[in-house]
Ligand binder design. Structure first.
Ligand code: HMG
Ligand code: MG
Length: 301
């Protein structure tokens, strides 16, 4: 079976990772993390979210972080925008891509963005239009595609229904998220196949959390389908404030190590990525969660 020869990775650590930390991280440290990710060769970075600071105080410095980044022309910076208010604030900071985020489960939609799935789609329609008018790409992130912390099982039919609604409002890209990390490889493929009915291969990606240790297996299963875009989070930072017990995203270091071993090109330099992880883990007062980072650091001595 032939796997893709190249994979692109969006590092979502600055957003998905840091949104979930108890302690507030300074604007300077967030900007430094983004710069270290540039150094490591990341070409797509999810920087922050324009959500309510009452809901997610960790992202309350969104505009300041966007202003503090020394941008590179070959890097795409993305931000989350749940509604027009968030979009307008984001627009002023000139990201290249915005992310609208919905859920495949009704219960999670209510907890995360305080509205039903249908209402969320209605809110996204003008956001997608305005983003396209401003020349920005729109990625959609769909939570709970493999299980929901409130509802439990989520079927591929439920996922496909929302994928189609997002397609109908015109999003460019579909990111299938396993918010609580319960997915296993064949289930993951079944769900990915539903997304691929509505979006081309290069516009479908996987966003896996490693809560049950399945994320690399799920990435491999996605590669088998030809999927070649994944979200990952440096040092395995992350979780979701509205998904209790959800641990970090799959660590970018772990994904790059596996892809290097498979001979798949990412453009990312593992050693420099480990440095980025060491930096942000130091800010947070812990060691990197990534197994690969730990192993390489032990070798460094
Ligand atoms: P709401 O309370 O229903 O909104 O929140 P509202 O329209 O009634 O407004 C209430 C207040 O919020 C008002 O302020 C608004 O101005 C303000 P007040 O009058 O009370 O002072 N407000 C905003 N402020 C800043 N930016 C905005 C904004 N919108 C309204 N954009 C809302 C609705 C969506 C805003 C809220 O529920 C929210 O912010 N939720 C946060 C959700 C979130 O960030 N979750 C984590 C990210 S998703 C994720 O991690 C999953 C993902 O990684 C994939 C995966 O793994 O599953 C993507
Ligand atoms: Mg996430």
């Amino acid at each position: 079976m032939s796997l893709p020869t190249q994979v692109s990775i969006v590092d979502v650590g600055p957003r998905d990772g840091l949104q979930n930390e108890k302690q507030l991280v300074s604007v300077d440290d967030k900007a430094r993390l983004v710069h270290l990710l540039h150094e490591a060769g990341l070409k797509e970075i999810e920087v922050t979210s324009f959500v309510s600071p009452k809901w997610v105080p960790q992202m309350g410095d969104n505009a300041a972080v966007m202003a503090a980044i020394e941008r590179r022309a070959d890097v795409r910076y993305s931000v989350l925008t749940p509604n027009m208010k968030g979009f307008e604030a984001a627009l002023a900071t000139a990201p290249q891509e915005i992310v609208v985020f919905a859920a495949a489960s009704e219960a999670f939609s209510q907890k995360n963005i305080n509205c039903s799935i249908a209402e969320s789609i209605e809110r996204f329609a003008p956001v997608v239009q305005a983003a396209h008018a401003a020349g920005m790409r729109v990625r959609a992130a769909l939570s709970c595609c493999l299980g929901c912390p409130y509802q439990g099982e989520v079927t591929p039919d439920e996922v496909e229904r929302v994928v189609k609604l997002l397609k109908d409002v015109g999003v460019d890209h579909m990111s299938i998220a396993d918010t609580i990390g319960v997915g296993t490889p064949r289930r993951t493929q079944a769900v990915m196949e539903r997304a691929l009915r509505h979006f081309p291969l290069h516009e479908v990606s996987g966003h896996f959390h490693d809560t049950y240790g399945q994320s690399l297996a799920n990435i491999y299963a996605s590669l088998e389908l030809g999927i070649h875009r994944f979200d990952a989070s440096v040092s395995g930072l992350g979780g979701c404030p509205y998904a209790k017990g959800a641990t970090g995203n799959v660590a970018t270091e772990d994904v790059v190590f596996m892809l290097d071993g498979l001979g798949i090109e990412t453009g990312i330099e593992l050693d420099k990525l480990v440095d980025a992880g060491v930096f942000i883990s130091g800010v947070l007062g812990r060691s990197p969660v990534s197994r690969v980072a730990r192993a390489l650091l032990a070798k460094r001595g």
